[in-house]
Design a protein around this ligand. Sequence first.
Ligand SMILES: [Zn+2]
Length: 231
Amino acid sequence: MLYCYSFMMKFLKIAGIATLFFSLLFCISCSKRDEVPQRPESPRRVRGVVSISRTFNDLHKKHIDAATRLGVPPINDRADAEQHKKDLVCIENSSYYQVDPLNYSVPYLVPEADSLLRQIAINFNDSLHAKWLHPHQLIVTSVLRTKDDIKRLKKNNINATGNSAHLYGTTFDISWMRFKQIDKKGNYETLDTNEELLKNVLVEVLRDLQKQGRCYVKYEKNQACFHITVR
Ligand SMILES: [Zn+2]
């Protein structure tokens, strides 16, 4: 009986310690998740890259190879796009990016490209925060193009290519010229910003993701956008 009692006490003690340990662990992981990122004491510098055109010069073939591997088969027109909706994610305005009115594309991407787009926008705003700059939304200027869109685009732009990575839902364009300031009053003071500075922050974000093998990027100087394909 006495043996039973001491065994029970030992068991309860161990169970108590274990409960306390796991509660503490849970609290730590919860508080980590809810943590607001701390701003560094002094703003991180915006460095950009030496040459934007040389850094983002991934060949058309690389974009197409990744697009055909990860994307959907080319879609004929808008009605056909509706039929493929189950394989695609609809790209709508979010907290960190806005979608321009789309004349030559439809707002769909494969899930991998959707997650890359969100990652770019989040990293961009994390980076702005670290550099003491005001949060901004990115502007998405083109998403999935149907064969019909490409045909119409070629009529207006002789440089438009027939076999575009945009046909496969893996590719999107982000403006490097326009950004939308997020109307948010923070507790922190922010430094003055301008389009050139924001462009260089975006360049750093894209360079890091490109280095990590997450995407191919082409600097489209005339169209004022980065052409980005998930890989
Ligand atoms: Zn493009």
